[in-house]
Design a protein around this ligand. Sequence first.
Ligand code: ZN
Length: 268
Amino acid sequence: MGKRDRVRLAAGMLLSVSAVCTVLLTLCAGGNAAAVFAAREAAVQQTASPAPQGPLAGLVIAVDAGHGGYDGGAVGRVSGVPEKGLNLDVAQRLQKLLSGLGARVIMTRTDDYALCDEDPPIRKKLQDMQRRARLIVDGGADVVLSIHMNEYAGRAQSGPQVFYREGCPAGRLLAGAVQESMNGALTPKKERTALSGDYYILTLGMPSVLVECGFLSNREEEALLLTGDYRQKVAEAVARGVVAWQSLAAPKPEPLPAVDRSDEPQGD
Ligand SMILES: [Zn+2]
């Protein structure tokens, strides 16, 4: 794991994210150049028709299905199913729910592909993240929800875990609302609290959370996550968390500004 892959956990708490589940910079193989353009087109299409009113009316929400294509992410310990497809399914369910609640939704991907070229001039994972970031920023997103599945070396760990950008009170508030909603709806054995994490997708300048829906390394939770009914419950819990956050009466803190990445190699 590189420097950016490290997740800084409050008070030395459990390290709950594995190397394969990182959203960050790794050197990998595979990809699909044409998919990038399909993704941009799809993202525009997805934003067309939110419900005219609802608790999230006026809000632009980016839903980011983690991994895709060559990058499968975490793998079910029993089933061998990679998280990328589960992430996309939850993201698409979330898209429907959030649109129904009035939000305009931007999807960073809509099928099984990475957003990098076959042979990019820079690292594939970096290009993939840069292109996700561009879709989110160019789309005018007010909020980012990045969807993932967790894993851990031991099999005992379970429960949804929400991350926010370290030092960002705006992200922390959103993460707390989503975590609380997930704990309430999914009744995990272990109720976790939202934690700060060092993830690229959380550093774009708006309230952002990375949702680890559950542990694919835990037999019981893997079995749940493989069912559409449970993934629907997950999506509904996340959506309710966003509504709870949006409904807060007190003024929300300003998010930290976007991280300046102008010194990074560009993929285009
Ligand atoms: Zn992941």
